[in-house]
Design a protein around this ligand. Structure first.
Ligand SMILES: Cc1cc2nc3c(=O)[nH]c(=O)nc-3n(C[C@H](O)[C@H](O)[C@H](O)COP(=O)(O)OP(=O)(O)OC[C@H]3O[C@@H](n4cnc5c(N)ncnc54)[C@H](O)[C@@H]3O)c2cc1C
Length: 341
């Protein structure tokens, strides 16, 4: 019988599991149920009692590695913790969220245990045996993978399934001892942009995409880059949406053209950019050409605002297209949002 271990870790607060960990938990519950496998959940964090309570009702044996050494993400301690949990669980299948903390250690742990790892898993199917799907070549080819090798490690992409809805309650946790190697790395702090400067927010429900139209001459023959900046940032601040861009807009910074200062190539969505996953997307001043729209593959509900009734979005690529001036529409939307606050 398969023994399925879900590896999880606490978030930056140290008190609760990350939402990606809860997604992997949901995946583990579903697959273990379908395969008739034993389900175990392993937690890593400085303190794990509060996080363990979130797993009440999951129907799993809960193992934990805790202690000050596990407060911070670090290869040596995290790999040792994951290895100890896998050995204690005698796991044949291991699911882990593809967080930055786990994505870098799980392949090494698979090697230590003589197993095999598959990364970027977006879907699982468990009828009879387990198959895992992932995309190659910028989401053009979908591979369905099945393996005999055990333990088989699967790093699950965040945002690909609903998170386990926690049912607070008492959970019996088994502490697993870890023999740590000498630790040479110490995380002394995190340098990150302020929340309102950070425009890429993978957890956001809405993606706002800005296209090159925002910096093009408008009906009055003038460019309105400063106004565009105010409108876009105003929307992001009111909604906590994530900001995407077309390639044309982010490429302009190298061409001495009017630019939106908060945009970088990291925001670019599309064939040569990112493929974000959000429930809804709103495209503004972007033409909706195929190399851009291919990056919208995982956006469920798509809307676009464009002056051009013949733009790419209007040709079946969006659910709703507003043929309108995005400057006016976004000003109105922002006014409605601030009236609502
Ligand atoms: C190999 C290859 C890879 C590529 N990879 C990518 C990629 O990863 N991502 C990507 O984005 N592109 C990519 N491209 C480029 C892509 O083909 C398009 O050129 C690009 O997406 C166009 O950007 P845009 O729509 O913002 O600009 P434009 O084509 O200039 O469109 C601007 C739009 O703004 C509209 N507009 C202007 N003013 C307003 C207003 N006031 N209100 C409403 N609408 C307005 C206009 O009607 C127009 O439709 C790639 C191209 C190639 C060849």
């Amino acid at each position: 019988m398969e023994k399925l271990l879900v590896l999880t870790h606490v978030d930056e607060s140290g008190a609760v599991l990350t939402s990606a960990s809860l997604e992997s938990t949901a995946a583990g519950m579903e697959v273990a149920g379908a395969l008739g496998a034993t389900l175990l959940i392993g937690i890593i964090g400085a303190q794990t009692e509060a996080a363990a309570k979130q797993l009440a009702g999951a129907g799993a044996r809960v193992l934990a590695v805790s202690g000050e050494a596990f407060a911070q993400p670090r290869y040596a301690s995290d790999a040792a913790a994951c290895e100890a949990l896998c050995r204690a669980a005698e796991a044949t299948l291991v699911f882990a969220p593809a967080s930055s903390r786990f994505a870098r250690v799980v392949p090494g742990v698979a090697y230590r245990l003589g197993g095999f790892v598959d990364t970027h898993i977006t879907a699982l199917e468990a009828s009879g045996s387990l198959t895992a799907s992932r995309w190659f070549y910028r989401q053009r080819i979908e591979a369905v993978v099945k393996r005999e090798t055990r333990p088989w490690f699967l790093l699950l992409e965040a945002g690909t399934r609903a998170a386990y809805i926690t049912a607070e309650g008492q959970v019996q946790t088994e502490q697993v001892a870890v023999t740590l190697p000498p630790l040479r790395t110490n995380v002394t702090g995190i340098l990150a942009p302020k929340q309102d400067e950070q425009t890429i927010r993978p957890e956001a429900k809405v993606l706002l995409v800005a296209g090159a139209g925002w910096t093009k001459k408008q009906a009055d023959g003038q460019v309105h880059a400063a106004e565009a900046e105010t409108l876009i940032l105003g929307f992001l601040r009111s909604t906590d949406a994530s900001l995407g861009s077309s390639k044309s807009l982010v490429d302009q910074s190298g061409e001495n053209q009017p630019v939106l200062k908060f945009m970088t190539h990291m925001n670019q969505v599309g064939q040569t950019g990112a493929t974000p996953r959000h429930a809804k997307g709103l495209s503004t001043c972007c033409h909706g050409e195929e190399p851009h729209v291919v990056g919208w593959r995982f956006i469920n509900e798509r809307r676009a605002i464009n002056l051009d009734a013949n733009c790419g979005w209007a040709r079946g690529k969006a659910d709703v297209v507003y043929i309108a001036d995005a400057f006016k529409v976004m000003a109105k939307v922002n006014a409605l949002l601030s009236a609502k606050k």
